[in-house]
Structures are given as C-alpha cells and as structure tokens.
Design a protein around this ligand. Structure first.
Ligand SMILES: Nc1ncnc2c1ncn2[C@@H]1O[C@H](COP(=O)(O)OP(=O)(O)OP(=O)(O)O)[C@@H](O)[C@H]1O
Length: 269
C-alpha cells in the first residue's frame, strides 16, 4: 500500500503532458486590510516546469505563493477577488476543501524548519498522519524520500538523531524530503536557498531541477542568477502587479518591458 492509495484525493492528476496547466490564476486581487498587495494577477503555471517569481522586496511574491495553498487565509484581514483554478477547481471558492489542497501542494520555506524530532520521524510524520502505520512501508517511504532529496547517504546512519543536529543545507533537503513523503503534485518554494551557503545552494538547485521531472514547482527567489539557472518560466512582480511573464531565457535576454530590464540589470530593487 502506498500513500497515494491511502489518500484517495478527489483532485486527480491530469495526464502526463508538458503543457497542462496546474494553477491558473485569473484576475486575482488581494488586500491585507487597506493594502492592495496583489493587483489583477493573471498567471498560468504549467505542469512539470519550474516557474520562478522575482521582484523587489514587498512586491507581493510571497503573498502570491501563499495564496496558492491558501496559507494566506491565516491573516484575518485578507480579502481576495478573482479565481485561482487548481486542476480546474477554484481554490478561492468558500466550499473548497483546503485540507485536501495542502496534501497536493507542499511548501518549503526560506528557513529550514524541521520538527524537533528525529531525522526519521520528520519524514515519516506526514505519511503517518495519512494513516500509514506499517513500519516496513514507512521505512520505504522514508528511504525513497531521502534518496529523492539527495540526502540519503548523509542521513542513513543517523536516522534516530535529532534533525536539529544537521547542517542548514541538510535541514533544507530534509524539509524537501518531508514534502516529497506526502507525494504532492506541486511544490511551492519561498526563497529556499536564501539561508544557505553557496555549496548547499547548488545542491538544492540541482535537486530542484531533478524534481521537475515529477513535480510542478513554483519558486520565489531574490537571486536572479538562480531564476535564470533553474527556471523554465519567470514572472517579474512589481508593486503587486505582474510586469512580465515569459520563458526565462527570453525574459533575461530580451525583456519586453523597460521596468524588467531595469530590474534585471540591477538598476533598482
Ligand atoms: N500579514 C500581513 N499583513 C499586512 N500586510 C502584509 C502582510 N504580509 C505582507 N503584507 C504586505 O503586502 C505586500 C507584499 O508583501 P510580500 O511579503 O508578499 O512581498 P515579497 O515580494 O514577498 O517581499 P520580500 O521579498 O521582502 O519577502 C507588502 O506591502 C507587505 O507589507
């Protein structure tokens, strides 16, 4: 029995073609009280691609990411208008089941945030919540998740140790393994390497590129070189709006908007 058979989500994965849209955002507006943080956002995120979101501080990157898994609901003053279709269901609809969305859309944060538990338990935790109790199956899920997150060799002899004993870069890959263990459809990453040293950053970047074979990834990054290195598409946000959304190569080599050019050439931000 795998996790997928236990979860039985009503949201089905679409067939395996490159151009399927996972998230289709239509005329999204979002306010924190009186602050209009997202303005008329229209953005289609393709399956099995890496979509990077770049832009200066405060332009709405994290807000947009947290809207995709409805984490933004945790802020009581938030109001939205417009639609975000995930696999053709509007996740902003009041009747939409957020719990189900969260099992399909995993998130990796800026600072690694392991649970204060053993390395093993960090990854076994999600599958256990989903009802998997069989130790052999849990062991298999844990090993596969760590292998897929390129960290198995570093943790396999210390699975019972506390996760806080790992380095920052290892903790971030453990958090990615923890996300993979629940077999998500989409992985949201909010500046996942900003707290890491250059070598750990490269490891996570390589990992993210591998993961797009199986997952759709949306990554917020301040690091334009990183966006250029790893993403397929890039959206440039400014003051809560999307100024430009294009193939990464086009956006960085031949931007169509002067503001994009000014930003990527370091004239502001
Ligand atoms: N919880 C909140 N309550 C009120 N306003 C908020 C809240 N979170 C964000 N904002 C405001 O919404 C706007 C967008 O913020 P957001 O964090 O999405 O930007 P960002 O592009 O991710 O910035 P950074 O790169 O600095 O992380 C900002 O004006 C910010 O002050």
């Amino acid at each position: 029995m795998s996790l997928a058979t236990v979860k039985n989500p009503s949201i089905k994965k679409a067939p395996d073609t490159k151009q399927n849209i996972v998230f289709n955002t239509k005329n999204l507006n979002l306010w924190y009280g009186d602050t209009h943080a997202l303005k008329d956002i229209n953005l289609a995120i393709n399956e099995k691609e890496i979509t990077a979101i770049i832009g200066p501080s405060g332009c709405g990157k994290s807000t947009y990411l947290k809207t995709l898994n409805r984490m933004v609901d945790m802020v009581p003053t938030v109001k939205t208008s417009g639609d975000i279709e995930y696999r053709s269901q509007n996740i902003l609809n009041k009747n939409f089941k957020v719990e189900e969305l969260r099992t399909r859309v995993g998130m990796v944060f800026q600072k690694p945030n392991p649970f204060p538990k053993s390395i093993y338990e960090n990854v076994a935790y999600g599958p256990k919540i989903h009802g998997i109790r069989n130790k052999k199956i849990l062991d298999e899920i844990v090993e596969k998740s760590f292998k897929d997150a390129f960290i198995w060799d570093e943790v396999k002899d210390r699975l019972k140790e506390n996760a806080y004993g790992l380095s920052g870069g290892q903790q971030q890959r453990l958090c990615i393994a923890r996300t993979l263990a629940i077999e998500p459809d989409v992985i949201l990453m909010d500046e996942p390497t900003s707290a890491l040293d250059p070598i750990s950053t490269l490891k996570v970047e390589e990992l993210v590129q591998q993961l797009k074979e199986d997952y759709s990834i949306v990554i917020v990054t301040h690091n334009m070189q990183q966006a250029a290195r790893i993403s397929d598409k890039t959206a440039f946000f400014l003051n809560g709006e999307i100024v430009e959304f294009a193939d990464t190569e086009t956006l960085f080599s031949n931007p169509s908007d002067q503001r994009t050019e000014d930003y990527i050439t370091g004239r502001f931000g």
